[in-house]
Ligand binder design. Sequence first.
Ligand SMILES: [Zn+2]
Ligand SMILES: [Zn+2]
Length: 300
Amino acid sequence: MKPLQCPKCQSDMDRIREPDIEIDKCPDCGGKFLDPGELNALVTAMAGDIEFCSLDNLDHFDGEDKHPWRNCPKPECLGHRMRKIDLLAYSDTIFDHCDKCGGFFLDQGELADTNLELEALTKHKSHDEYRGRIDGRLVRLDILADALLKSCAGGLPLPFVTGAVAADCLRLSVYFEKPLAANLHVSSEKWMGRFLKSIGLLNRQDIEIGHAEFDAAFIVKGDDPEKIRRIFSDAALRDELLQFRAKKFRMQTRPGTLEIMDRRIVYTEGPYAEGTRYDVEADPAGIVRWMVRLAALMES
Ligand SMILES: [Zn+2]
Ligand SMILES: [Zn+2]
């Protein structure tokens, strides 16, 4: 195989061994080209799908990067210009990303920056705003103060300290009695799923339920397709989920995102100005009652 040419300095890149994967590294500038999945493997500071989360909010990047635009070095991409994306959508670490092959180019030091930044992020914890039982189910509301919360694949909450700008995200969780399925993750952010599918990032774990309307509305990932299809073979459950957008739930003023994971259903809304709250027991938006009903359907 012909070596890749470094997108930065055009030198032939070397195949080098990182602990458990092989990547392309430039001997001159130290830049690294990573195929889909390899960035996740190299990031040590945090578990979860860092690539997915970084691609989750492309419109946040404003084009300011100290590095020039780069072209993808993969032969099949024919010099396709890479895009700039922010690590986890809110960050100073900016990667080059190819939307054809799903690869990333990291300048020297960017991987170390990434790990440092992620370590800082995980230190910022949410506080528990509400924790109680509604219709017998554990319900929790977390307020992430001074933070922008990214709700990501794997259910990873990623609060990011914003400095001067105080902001709160509301995150409502309704728990199952028992975990449902291995590594289940269902998300209402379907536009992102289509995009990730188109570049091959979701191929491994994307599960089609076999009902066109449902598959068009949700991304479903997980380790046990049989079990997951069985759960969503229930028409009443699918109908309830399909009504999520139509119901236009608002704890405050912005539409939020819905996720279903092994242990809980999560609804995330915001960021809002500091001090934003929601009365879980009165539930004026009806979202808590709806999620409790959904949880019961999922377990029946
Ligand atoms: Zn180079
Ligand atoms: Zn490419």
